[in-house]
Design a protein around this ligand. Structure first.
Ligand code: ZN
Length: 79
């Protein structure tokens, strides 16, 4: 079984997923906040820094979300 380090809290875990089980709920919540924020501001996409200020999600986590499955299209918006 592969053990990976949670990118949110640094704990080690062995399940599949982007973060450890303890952080999954918060991660999913922030991920959907981020997605809906982009959808609402599609006409004028703010910078990751601005999104971080408005949503309270750290830029580190926003950058992580851009590498999640299904966000390839969003990733292009910030290049
Ligand atoms: Zn964690």
């Amino acid at each position: 079984m592969e053990v990976v380090k949670c990118s949110r809290c640094g704990a080690f875990y062995s399940n599949t997923g982007y973060v450890c089980p303890k952080c999954t709920d918060k991660d999913n919540f922030e991920f959907s906040t981020f997605k809906s924020y982009i959808e609402e501001n599609r006409a004028d996409i703010p910078s990751l820094n601005q999104i971080s200020i408005y949503t309270g999600i750290t830029e580190k986590n926003l950058n992580r979300f851009l590498n999640y499955d299904g966000l390839g299209e969003y990733k292009k918006l910030f290049k």
